[in-house]
Ligand binder design. Structure first.
Ligand SMILES: [Zn+2]
Ligand SMILES: [Zn+2]
Ligand SMILES: [Zn+2]
Length: 190
């Protein structure tokens, strides 16, 4: 039972609540992310400067991986040069992580477990990256499979990542004639 609940915690450790539970407001979630960022930065001997806070807020607001130009464009208070340096500091303090698409489409997002565990759909053409969540049973299965493979090789696992590469709706070329009707995206958090 203990083992099971530990595993659950590892899989679902998150501050963001994607289960549709509205008990945590966006403002409360932002506060938790900022205080976690402050903790991590001070553990690494850094200060949570105004620029770093704005940067974390920009990633929070984006709610999906975004590129450096998109980060800078989202907040007039952010300059390219200081944001570039702050991305390095925040990355080395495990507050944000890079998601690499094809070519030079490097995206940034808040790192796990500051945000909940998830995977990515990466467009081979435009480089857009979309966060996706798998159901818990599947995540548990993936963890079990990978753990047993790791054990068989004497490998000590830390975490897994898994991304799906393909074409986003905007980059799919219609077969012939008219473009297929788009399926509207489902509203998040509902
Ligand atoms: Zn695309
Ligand atoms: Zn992501
Ligand atoms: Zn996973």
């Amino acid at each position: 039972m203990d083992r099971e609940s530990t595993k659950d915690n590892a899989l679902t450790a998150d501050l963001a609540d994607k289960s549709g539970n509205e008990s945590i407001s966006a403002a409360e979630q932002a506060n938790e992310v900022h205080s976690e960022a402050l903790n991590r930065l001070s553990q690494h001997g850094h200060k949570y400067t105004g620029g770093r806070r704005r940067l974390v807020q920009a990633l929070l607001d984006a709610n999906q991986p975004i590129t450096l130009p998109e980060i800078v464009a989202s907040d007039p208070g952010l300059t390219q040069s200081s944001t570039y340096r702050n991305l390095d500091v925040l990355e080395s303090s495990q507050i944000i992580r890079r998601v690499i698409a094809n070519g030079d489409h490097t995206h940034f997002e808040l790192a796990e477990p500051i945000v909940d565990h998830h995977h990515h759909l990466i467009c081979l053409d435009c480089g857009t990256i979309c966060d996706v969540h798998l159901n818990e049973d599947l995540e548990r299965l993936v963890e079990q499979e990978l753990s047993s493979v790791a054990a068989s090789r004497g490998f000590v696992p830390s975490h897994h990542s898994m991304d799906l590469h393909g074409l986003c709706p905007d980059c799919q070329v219609p077969e012939t004639g008219s473009r297929p009707a788009r399926v509207p995206p489902r509203p998040s958090g509902v």
